[in-house]
Ligand binder design. Structure first.
Ligand SMILES: [Zn+2]
Length: 236
């Protein structure tokens, strides 16, 4: 799962909201596939509902916490580098204000302003809040709204958990004979939905994304079911 970043210079609030949404859908997708693999594997070995519930819940918690921890680490690193870049920018503004004004003028020119207008805009932005102007135009970050590692960690935790609940409930709620069909059908249907949604939020065409997603999930369930059945048959 990838963290939403500030890579887009023009997308602004809408762009980063779509990034978040896409990350949430991909997180839910991870939760669906990995938990489905676990519970279908265990179902290959045993009919015990408590074994299925225990394995599924352990998978849900382990997966969501590992996603949250990974996200926390990666976003913290990103935030550290943003803070360091801002500190450097602050020093440059203090030590070489004229060069920084020139730099801002050039950046604005590259955005399509004429030389005179760019110079005028750079002077006004510098007079109002030089650091903020450089942060936004040069670094593409908002100094008052740095990415929050805790938010990112929570979002990953929740997204994975929501996805993981589907196969978990699908395997423990129905009567024994219906467990596998209900789980397989609902998981594949959910993967159609997440594959389609994430491709719509990105730029890829939906058909191939849906197909890859469904085949990936079906493979995960097929492999773990085969492994579970094998273990169940030899009586491990
Ligand atoms: Zn600068």
């Amino acid at each position: 799962m990838t963290a939403p970043t500030h890579q887009e210079a023009h997308g602004g609030a809408l762009g980063s909201r779509l990034n978040w949404l896409r990350a949430a859908v991909l997180g839910a997708n991870d939760g669906i596939v990995s938990t489905a693999g676990i519970v279908v594997g265990v179902a290959g070995a045993t009919e015990s509902r408590s074994a299925l519930l225990t394995a599924g819940l352990a998978g849900l918690l382990a997966g969501s916490m590992s996603m949250a921890a990974g996200e926390y680490v990666s976003v913290s690193t990103q935030r550290d580098s943003e803070v360091a870049a801002l500190a450097l920018e602050k020093r440059e503004l203090r030590e070489q204000p004229e060069a920084e004004l020139q730099e801002l003028t050039t950046l604005l020119e590259e955005r399509g302003l004429s030389r005179e207008v760019a110079r005028e805009a750079a002077e006004q932005l510098t007079a109002r809040d030089a650091l903020r102007a450089h942060a936004r135009v040069e670094l593409g970050i908002d100094p008052d709204d740095l990415t929050n590692p805790w938010h990112a960690a929570w979002a990953s935790f929740l997204a994975f958990t929501v996805g993981a609940l589907l196969p978990l409930l699908a395997i423990v709620l129905p009567p024994a004979a219906w467990r596998l069909p209900v789980t397989v059908v609902s998981v594949l249907a959910a993967l159609v939905l997440t594959g389609w949604t994430s491709s719509r939020l990105g730029s890829a065409g939906p058909e191939r994304a849906v197909l890859r997603n469904v085949v990936g999930g079906a493979l995960a369930m097929g492999v773990t079911y085969a492994a579970g059945s094998l273990l169940g048959a030899v009586g491990v």
